[in-house]
Write a protein that binds this ligand. Structure first.
Ligand code: NAP
Length: 255
């Protein structure tokens, strides 16, 4: 019997995992996206889009669809869906793995200030006018209206709507993965003297961190939200190994 695997996606890792599992004759893999971006990135396996209706809705979906294993490969700042996933698998009795990329850690030359959230990031910028590169979710970006003295270079996948009510802002629409050289150029072109971003981990968004290091710029990094404790893999290959182990133990039980 083909085992049904649901991947909660929205990240590069989710897509890579789906790519590596797509050709497997023993698996029936589906990716779930929240549907936040206007243009959905094509996935190598069938897709479902939209919320489930909380933990109960997800548990119901897992039962209705006969899902054999759930892998939460959502972004580390998407804390609610990760919480819901843990509750749902407990209720539905489905094996579960969280695929969580390790956090970035500072290297020689990095000038980081780690903050709890957007408010602390704004306070850390201080009163004097700065030229700031904002690489945050659209949800978090509007908070910066309370510090209108700064220039903002805002990068996002979809337009920030409405635009920030600040006198000086430039918007760049771009989806990762990003490269170190283009990011370095971007920072230079806009004479940026401070970067604000999330400690997302992974490779796709690391270029700005490298570019800031190269240019000696300070970075204000938002710490990750607390995520529920769960069996965790740090990479796509670890997640594939976990699935192989799951298959082996299922076979031993004669499933
Ligand atoms: P969130 O706050 O943790 O979740 C809010 C709600 O969105 C969830 O309760 C769920 O709705 C729905 N949802 C989230 N991810 C889903 C998925 N993969 N499939 C189906 N429904 C999902 O999430 P978020 O921060 O808004 O992020 C939404 C998506 O964007 C995630 O898939 C995440 O991987 C991706 N993303 C987020 C960030 C970020 O910084 N937050 C960055 C890059 C990509 P119901 O309760 O109705 O089920």
């Amino acid at each position: 019997m083909r085992r049904r695997i649901l991947i909660l996606g929205g990240t590069t890792e989710a897509r890579e995992l789906a790519e590596q599992l797509a050709g497997r004759a023993d698996l029936d893999v589906k990716v779930s996206l929240a549907g936040r971006t206007a243009q959905i990135v094509p996935q190598p396996v069938p897709l479902r889009v939209g919320g489930f209706g909380g933990a109960d809705g997800l548990a119901q979906y897992l039962r209705d669809e006969g899902i054999h294993a759930l892998i939460d490969a959502t972004h580390p700042f998407a804390a609610l869906i990760s919480q819901n996933a843990v509750q749902a698998v407990l209720a539905a009795g489905v094996p579960f793995l969280a695929l969580r990329r390790p956090e970035w850690t500072p290297r020689d030359g990095d000038r980081w200030t780690s903050v709890l959230g957007v408010d602390e990031a704004i306070d850390t910028l201080g009163a004097g006018a700065r030229r700031v590169f904002l690489a945050l979710g659209r949800k978090e970006t509007h908070a910066f209206e309370r510090a209108p003295q700064h220039f903002y270079l805002v990068r996002s996948v979809d337009p920030v709507e409405p635009p920030l009510r600040v006198p000086d802002a430039v918007y760049v629409l771009e989806r990762g993965p990003f490269g170190m050289e283009p990011d370095r150029k971007l920072l230079l072109e806009h004479r940026i003297n401070g970067v604000i971003c999330r400690n997302s981990g992974g490779n796709a968004a690391y270029a700005k961190i490298e570019a800031a290091r190269e240019l000696g710029l300070p970075v204000i990094l938002l710490r990750r939200p607390e995520l529920p404790s769960a069996p965790t893999a740090g990479s796509v290959s670890e997640a594939i190994a976990w699935l192989a182990h799951l298959d082996a133990s299922g076979a031993e039980r004669g499933e």
